[in-house]
Structures are given as C-alpha cells and as structure tokens.
Design a protein around this ligand. Structure first.
Ligand code: GLA
Length: 384
C-alpha cells in the first residue's frame, strides 16, 4: 500500500505547493459480468488497492500532471483544453477534466500528482480509480459537488468519449459508492443499489493470472456488439425490449434461431447472468455462502463457454481453486480475456489457500501469479 505522507511530500517538493489529497479504490466484481451496458445487474466491491491524487492550484494557467507510476510529467493549457485523447496515460485524468469543462466549469490551472497501486491491465479497474481520484480532486478545486451517481456517469463519459473505451458504469460507480466490508448490488438501469455485508469470516482472494486484460482492445467491443445484435433481433418481435436486461431466456428459445450463433451465446450469458446476480445478492444477504459459491461457479462457466470471455489461464486458475480448503466460490472477474479471478474464501483458510493456489498455478502454467488477500474497502474520499 502507498504511504500518503510520502505522497504529500513528493507533490510538495515537485510543485512547491501543499496538495489536497484524495483516494479512489479499484474494484473486484463478485458476479454480473458484461451486464452493466445491457442495463442489468452487477455486484462489485471496492478493494484495498487504490489511486492517490494530490492537487494544488497554479497561477500560470497550465495543467501539469505527474504520474509516479510512469515517472513522467505532462503539461497542458487549461484553455483551450486538448479536444481528444492521444493514447497516453494522461488521457484518463484529462478526459475527466475535459468532461467537467463540458459541463460548464471554468477549469483553472493546477498541478496533479497520481500514484496507484491498483495492478494495471488486470481487470481491477485501475482506469476507473484514476478517473474517480481525478474527478474528486478537480471537483474540490472548482468548488463543485456532484452527487455520487452523477460523478460516476461523468467519469464513465470520460472513458467512453475521451479515452475511447466503451465501458459501462460499474467500475466508476463502485469506486465512488462503495462501503467498507460490503458488496453492492447495482441496478445499472436506474443506478439504484442495495448494500450487502460481506461476513467477517469471508476473505476476498484475488488471483492475478498475469495475462493482460484491456477494455479498449478488440474483444470487449466485439462481445458488446454481438450481444447487442441479439437484443436487436428480440426487439424486432418485442419492441419493449431496449436492452438485454428486458429480455428473457424464453425470448431466446423463440427467436434464437434468427440470431448469429455467437450472438445467441452472448445473449444467453447476459440474460442468465442477470438472474444469477440478483440471486447471488439475495444469497449473500441471507448468509447463504454455499448458494453464492454455486452461482459464482455457474457464472464462470457461462462467462467462459457462452460469452467466451475467459482465457485458458483464468479457467485453470478457477479449476485449481475448486478443491482447496476454505473455497466458497471462484470466477474470473472484470472485463475478461485475462486479468484476475475472485475467490471468496473462509478467512481462516485464506493465506493457506493463497499459497497453495500460487504453487499449483505456477506448476501447471509456468507463470508465477500474484495473489492478494483483500477486504472490501470504502469508496473514494478525501484524505486529511
Ligand atoms: C469492464 C468495464 C465494465 C464492465 C466489465 C464487464 O470492467 O469497465 O463497465 O462492462 O468490464 O462486466
């Protein structure tokens, strides 16, 4: 974990100004994958890996952003702001600044330092953590105060329009709205949510396959298009169906044959995943860990077989966890095609589980994974 004191003095010596400090967490999704942009359900939790942002005003009308991770500084004019991203890490913070300016705020010059320990390209929402940390820092600077769900939408827009990654709302929403020791069932249609406590005896064990994941790359948008094509077929018969959230498995039985085979498979995943996610939240709320674990296993199979969103290594990581002592449920988490699995594990077994899984995975794949025993963290906030 990073040290806020070290970060503060880093910003001070670089920019000769006292920063206001903010933190925004990454997330793990317990269940509900590729359902957010179909206006369905997701159940993420924030994790104790986060981005720190330090901000201080400047008098020269410039925006200077320093990333401690990249050891690199970028300078922009506050007026006019660059209209488009440039495929650089600074697109994430600058996208947020651009969207806030588009909302009518005059953006003054400022210095921003960023430091993240959310593993990059691992499906743990390092992007959302940077966007949200930037958003709450700049919000403070311009004396704005958006309600959490509105700020989450603005950060999502930054990623959609400026970075050019067609993500849904889940990651930004949980980074802002998370509550410590809780998972959050989010209805991505109206952004209403329900918090579900994660019992003390349960640990979140995150196992990184070390296979890189990306939302901007080819597979995520392809899957999204395929599932939206299935939705269009159903909408041809039932005009009330705007998103797969509105569709049922019966619709697939009736009209599935009019769909391209891959589209039918993607839709079957999304529709069944919505049902599983709501059921999983109910199971967690009544403390039925066995049922939660069963639903997670089913979700992984659906993600891997119907959505084809997994990869060999993630399937192996899930398979190797199955008979280890303490496992409640395991599945690939996040946007897919690599990244991490989430394992709900009995707290007392968590460290033994992590060691055993690490040994097994290394032996089987020749890749040394990173395995973290985490807990559900609080959402983004200011650090004093
Ligand atoms: C990425 C996106 C999210 C969501 C997941 C898949 O994390 O940023 O919006 O679509 O993939 O569930």
């Amino acid at each position: 974990m990073h040290d806020a004191k070290v970060f503060r003095s880093m910003h001070k010596s670089r920019f000769q100004a006292e920063p206001a400090l903010f933190v925004a967490p990454g997330r793990v999704n317990l269940i509900g994958e590729h359902t957010d942009y179909a206006e369905g359900f997701v159940m993420p939790a924030a994790i104790n890996f986060a981005t720190l942002a330090g901000i201080s005003p400047r008098g020269d009308g410039k925006i200077v952003i320093y990333s401690e991770n990249y050891g690199e500084e970028r300078t922009f004019e506050a007026e006019p702001l660059p209209e488009k991203g440039s495929g650089h890490w600074s697109d994430y913070p600058m996208g947020v600044v651009h969207v806030l300016a588009g909302e009518g705020h005059r953006i003054p010059g400022f210095s921003l330092s960023i430091w993240s320990d959310v593993p990059l390209a691992s499906g743990l929402s390092s992007s959302a953590a940077i966007e949200v940390a930037t958003a709450i820092a700049v919000e403070k600077l311009i004396c704005a105060a958006y309600p959490g769900p509105v700020l989450a939408r603005l950060c999502q827009r930054a990623e959609n329009e400026y970075v050019g990654a067609n993500c849904g709302i889940m990651d930004q929403f949980i980074s802002i709205g998370a509550k410590e020791n809780h998972a959050l069932l989010l209805d991505c249609r109206d952004l209403s949510f329900k918090l579900a406590p994660i019992p003390d005896h349960v640990a979140l064990v995150i196992a990184n396959t070390m296979v890189k994941h990306s939302v901007a790359g080819g597979d995520y948008p392809t899957r999204r298009r395929e599932s939206e094509a299935a939705c269009a077929v159903i909408a041809g018969h039932r005009p009330g169906v705007k998103f797969l959230r509105d569709a049922t498995l019966e619709d697939l039985e009736k009209w599935g044959r009019e769909m391209a085979p891959k589209s039918l498979m993607r839709a079957r995943h999304v529709i069944s995943e919505n049902l599983r996610t709501v059921a999983a939240a109910e199971a967690l709320l009544r403390g039925d860990m066995k049922e939660l674990g069963r639903l997670m296993a089913e979700a992984h199979t659906s993600y891997s077989k119907d959505f084809e969103g997994s990869c060999v290594e993630a399937d192996i990581m899930v398979e190797l966890a199955a008979d280890l002592p303490g496992l409640i449920g395991a599945r690939l988490t996040g946007g897919g095609f690599g990244g991490c699995t989430i394992n709900l594990v009995e707290q007392k077994d968590a460290h033994g589980f992590a060691e055993a899984l690490c040994a097994r995975y290394t032996l089987r794949t020749g890749i040394a994974p990173q395995i973290h025993v985490c807990h559900a963290a609080a959402g983004a906030h200011r650090l004093e």
